[in-house]
Design a protein. Structure first.
Length: 132
């Protein structure tokens, strides 16, 4: 059996249908920054972490406070916990160490404050190509 390779191009990822059974009903699932092609009705290979919502709230809090953070902490690393700035430091490692001690097993966002918010990572949408 001759299986065509998966191809990564500037336009997307092409997965030949020969990788799937003819009876497979496929769907494209986008979750947690990944695109997954899967057989409908099956569990995702990339399930969302159960605490992902908490981290997204911290990211939203960082973004909402960004203009204030830029004025006070430009270039420094800040720690956001439950929507509040809880610590900052120019040394990333020192900040991480303090946060690990003060907030073990809790969600704390640590980001460097830059003039512009980071752009979301985006890539081309994957597509399936028909069998030859």
């Amino acid at each position: 059996m001759n299986i065509m390779p998966i191809q990564v191009t500037r336009q997307g990822v092409m997965i030949p249908l020969t990788y799937f059974a003819e009876s497979d009903d496929l769907e494209l699932v986008i979750r947690a920054g990944f695109a997954v092609v899967r057989v409908k009705g099956t569990e995702s290979a990339f399930p969302a972490h159960e605490r992902q919502g908490e981290m997204l709230q911290e990211v939203a809090a960082f973004e909402a406070q960004h203009s204030i953070l830029v004025k006070k902490y430009l270039g420094e690393f800040v720690a956001i916990h439950k929507g509040q700035l809880v610590d900052h430091d120019a040394d990333h490692l020192q900040l991480v160490r303090r946060i690990d001690i003060r907030y073990p097993d809790e969600i704390v966002l640590i980001r460097q404050v830059q003039e512009q918010l980071p752009s979301p990572l985006r890539g081309p949408a994957p597509r399936l190509v028909p069998r030859p």
